[in-house]
Design a protein around this ligand. Structure first.
Ligand code: ADP
Ligand code: MG
Length: 246
């Protein structure tokens, strides 16, 4: 799968003595759609927080674009093009769609005053990149969950994203909304953006991903191309329990 964009080597992390991650290795290629699967508490969120520089690993190495990152801070991860869409989207509920999207834009961050017309233009251009229409002047709190997510993705795009991480993005979506999210993920990939999609739903994982990585109790269990993956083993890999034949 192309050149690696992100490589994690032997990553471990404990919280008050309890190992949340134990020697995890992982690679994401440029423009690759990768699913990270595991049961609740297996360490998925901890792993993505480490990738985003939000948590420091106790041990292990992170390389981005072939460069070893000694101490990855959130600002470094953002500069390298790593963006996380958290489950709560981290948007400002009282601000408009345009304001939420544009606030990550350089222009808005560097200047003291930015005309609302510019803010709308910046936001509009981001939405158009993935062909979505949302009322720019709507306030975030008025939007559906699916549209909030699209605002968060559009905002990430303005940060020159090379890897967008989505933590369980389909949890509260309808099937129709999941389908449209997947279409957008494909568009992001067509722009060369890699996606790390966190999920434990078998159907989704096999529908969207090119690579699957499963962790259990903070340990790497298996990874590899989705097309070679034995679907009937998915739950076993996640839980360590055989499923009785029904
Ligand atoms: P997942 O996202 O797969 O559900 P997490 O990464 O959130 O798993 O959690 C992995 C383990 O680490 C769990 O046992 C969880 O309780 C623990 N953990 C995660 N974050 C913290 C924290 N900030 N403080 C203490 N324990 C934590
Ligand atoms: Mg989690």
């Amino acid at each position: 799968m192309g050149e690696p964009f992100l490589t994690l080597t032997n990553i471990s992390k404990s919280f008050s003595g309890a190992k949340a991650l134990d020697g995890v290795d992982f690679t994401i290629g440029r423009g690759e759609i990768c699913c990270l699967a595991g049961e609740n508490g297996s360490g998925k969120s901890t792993l993505i927080k480490i990738i985003a520089g939000v948590l420091a690993p106790d041990q292990g190495e992170i390389s981005i674009d072939g460069k070893l990152c000694k101490q990855l801070r959130p600002i470094d991860a953002i500069r390298e093009g790593i963006q996380i869409i958290y489950q709560d989207f981290s948007l400002f509920p009282n601000l408009t769609v345009a304001e939420n999207i544009a606030m990550n834009h350089q222009l808005v961050q560097k200047r003291r005053t930015v005309h609302w017309r510019e803010v709308r233009q910046i936001a509009q251009a981001a939405l158009e990149q993935i062909n979505i229409r949302i009322d720019l002047d709507a306030r975030i709190e008025e939007l559906s969950v699916a549209n909030k997510q699209l605002v968060a993705i559009s905002r990430a795009l303005l940060q020159n994203a090379k890897l967008i991480i989505m933590d369980e993005p389909t949890t509260t979506l309808t099937q129709k909304e999941v389908d449209s999210l997947f279409a957008i993920i494909k568009k992001l990939q067509a722009k060369g953006i890699a996606i790390l999609f966190v999920s434990h739903k078998l159907n989704e994982v096999f529908e969207i991903s090119e690579k699957i990585m499963i962790i259990r109790n903070g340990r790497h269990v298996v990874d590899g191309p989705t097309r070679d993956f034995d679907r009937s083993k998915f739950v076993y890999y996640m839980t360590g329990r055989e499923i009785p034949d029904s």
